[in-house]
Design a protein around this ligand. Structure first.
Ligand SMILES: [Zn+2]
Ligand SMILES: [Zn+2]
Length: 406
């Protein structure tokens, strides 16, 4: 779908531009400009400030979208061709698998967490930050680093039904795939607004992705028709979370589900946020990127699940020393700096133990070994197990953790 529509749209633009010759060029160009501005939902970009957050982004200039080529339905035979029969079988199986997955995730008698991305910027086969929480029929997504969207599709998450995206902070490994989450959920069928919550600069981040994808939105609407792909639905809507402090503040409430944002410690990021989801007496805490800090300790008190970042300090120190011996001071410094703003295995184990956390889920694993690498157990899980007596899950991408409700 992606390939075909993009190719066709490119052809359309070329054809359209060829037609715009001679004396009518000025009039046609003016009409295109107006159509582009209207389609983008903008009248003028002279004032780039917006009265409210729900107003669409002002995109400067016309969007160059031409006419689409005439569309002809496929000739379908009865009985179907062998190729078409096989396609029908495949499509039916896909639809049934997706429906079964969605039904399981949207069970009202459980909270399900899917670790759609457990990696970091350090290269490995792990997808970057991505945690999905399904609670009382809601699909809440926390962070969308590189690969998040494809991971969610691979795990058959009902991405057209994402209710809200929450960003912990704006490091690239937490936001790189925000554009794809917004776009793919729309292309695959999202018809409702997608709110994106985050700290002070969230509007800049969301508006940026909206601006980058605006042309694609216009192409697809022009090509497929606004009845099934309305470009006004696509752009995400930023919701700024004013500094919630260490004590935290409820920033989202719906159907008995409350999401509390709280400040964590990930300098020099200001502010870096963690989140706590409460529903029916159960709670899930998302650490975000942070050192061991009082707010995370307080928010984790009695939590059913703590999904936390984790770092093995010894490994990083060993790598730093190795890089120095290899006369690679630049990378040695990068590794040194990483140690200053994450939580070590021993600290995390103590935090979870003291807070009485029932299940500790390790994500954002530093270093990021491949999903199947046995060193995850040896260097991340084992040191924690020595201190923490609750259930420990060193998560892999796509893992599901279910909290049954009483
Ligand atoms: Zn970070
Ligand atoms: Zn990170």
């Amino acid at each position: 779908m992606h390939q075909n529509s993009t190719t066709t749209s490119t052809t359309d633009i070329t054809t359209s531009r060829r037609r715009l010759g001679g004396p009518r060029i000025a009039l046609a160009a003016a009409a295109l400009l107006l159509a582009g501005a209207l389609a983008a939902g903008t009248s003028s970009c002279s004032d780039t400030s917006r009265a409210s957050e729900s107003e669409p982004l002002c995109i400067d200039g016309a969007l160059p979208v031409g006419e689409r080529t005439p569309l002809i339905d496929a000739v379908c035979t009865d009985p179907p061709s062998a190729l078409s029969a096989a396609a029908e079988q495949q499509q039916r199986a896909n639809a049934e698998a997706a429906a079964a997955s969605a039904a399981e995730l949207q069970r009202r008698d459980a909270i399900t967490i899917v670790t759609c991305g457990t990696g970091t910027p350090i290269p490995s086969d792990r997808v970057q930050a991505c945690t999905a929480v399904f609670v009382n029929g809601l699909f809440l997504l926390f962070d969308a680093g590189d690969g998040a969207q494809r991971s969610m599709e691979r795990s058959l998450l009902p991405i057209t039904e994402i209710d809200a995206l929450f960003l912990t902070h704006f490091h690239s490994d937490h936001i790189a795939d925000v554009g794809e989450v917004i776009s793919r959920s729309w292309i695959l069928g999202r018809t409702t607004e997608l709110p994106v919550y985050g700290g002070e600069a969230v509007r800049r981040v969301v508006d940026g992705f909206n601006a980058v994808y605006a042309l694609d939105d216009q192409y697809r609407e022009a090509h497929h028709g606004e009845d099934i792909l309305n470009s006004r639905v696509e752009p995400a809507v930023p919701h700024t979370i004013d500094d919630p402090g260490a004590e935290g503040r409820v920033v989202y409430e719906r159907d008995g589900v409350a999401v509390t944002a709280f400040r964590v410690n990930h300098p020099p990021i200001e502010p870096a946020l963690g989140y706590r989801i409460d529903y029916a007496g159960k709670s899930v805490v998302i650490s975000g990127d942070t050192t061991d800090t009082a707010s995370l300790r307080a928010m984790s008190e009695g939590a059913d699940v703590l999904v936390s970042e984790v770092m093995n300090r010894d490994v990083l120190e060993a790598v730093e020393c190795a890089l120095k011996r290899l006369d690679d001071p630049r990378n040695a410094r990068l590794i040194r700096d990483i140690r200053t703003y994450h939580i070590g295995t021993t600290e995390l184990a103590g935090l979870a133990q003291n807070a009485g956390v029932r299940t500790l889920v390790l994500t954002h694993q530093v270093p990021s070994f491949d999903n199947a690498d046995p060193r995850v157990e040896l260097l991340l899980a084992a040191p924690i197990r020595a201190i923490y007596s609750g259930e420990l899950i060193a998560a892999k991408d796509g893992q599901r953790i279910v909290v049954e409700l009483e």
